[in-house]
Design a binder for this molecule. Structure first.
Ligand SMILES: *Cc1c(COP(=O)(O)O)cnc(C)c1O
Length: 227
């Protein structure tokens, strides 16, 4: 077994165990392998090891990998954009990704919807919520998340599936995961399909707090290759 396949197997066991400890079914939790700054060979190994969802942060970087994956016949994975998206990259993002998890402005949502219409498809999206006090340019404030989600959910061409967030670094993530779960629970049922929270350092806590999608990079691929 390759190191990546071993990591995936070990991770699945831990995810399953955390789910059972929390009284949940392991099938409720989707594993996204986050392959930013990893090469196509690593992505290929992960897909061969059963990873069915790939997360990427940058449109440009993902474009090359997705093309290479298609050329190698790796069609089975779904690709998720999990990094901040600029509106002028909406066309490429819709070409490359099955799902965009980082919708945080009406203008971005509209740009994605326009491109989805031009490309004759519906785009799955999540609203990114900004948790904690840190200064960052991505995510809507928790107080605005539910109204904003209703606005995004009403846009033709987008299928709003739920919420995504990153817990603040260096402090206990549990209260933040709990806050996101609370917001998620107030959404109408059709928008309550995916709650994307939990990374390599905090996915077990996220599972205890109700996540349905964990996004795991280093615990699968090891340290990221610097560019
Ligand atoms: C990089 C990244 C991850 C994965 O982080 P790891 O700590 O390597 O598991 C998950 N989500 C987002 C939004 C990221 O940018």
């Amino acid at each position: 077994m390759s190191a990546i396949a071993e990591n995936v197997a070990a991770l699945r066991e831990k995810i399953d165990a955390a789910a059972r400890r929390a009284g949940r079914s392991p099938e409720e939790i989707t594993l996204v392998g986050v392959s930013k700054r990893q090469d196509i060979a690593a992505v290929q190994e992960a897909i061969a090891a059963g990873i069915a969802h790939i997360g990427e942060n940058y449109v440009q970087e993902a474009a090359g990998k997705r093309l290479a994956a298609r050329e190698r016949g790796l069609h089975e994975a779904r690709w998720h954009l999990i990094g901040h998206l600029q509106r002028n990259k909406a066309r490429e993002a819709v070409e490359i990704f099955d799902s965009v998890q980082t919708v945080d402005s009406v203008k971005l949502a509209q740009a994605l919807a326009r491109q989805a219409a031009l490309q004759n498809r519906t785009l799955d999206v999540l609203v990114e919520v900004h948790l904690g006090e840190e200064e960052t340019k991505s995510g809507v404030a928790p107080e605005q998340a539910v109204d904003f989600a209703a606005e995004v959910g009403a846009i033709d061409g987008l299928a709003l599936q739920g919420l995504m967030a990153i817990a603040p670094f260096g402090i206990d993530p549990r209260p933040y995961f709990r806050q996101l779960r609370g917001l998620f629970d107030t959404l109408p049922e059709q928008h309550r399909q995916v709650l994307s929270m939990g990374m390599s350092s905090d996915y077990e806590t996220a599972i205890e707090e109700g996540t349905t999608m964990v996004r795991i990079g280093t615990a699968i691929f090891g340290a990221r290759v610097t560019q």
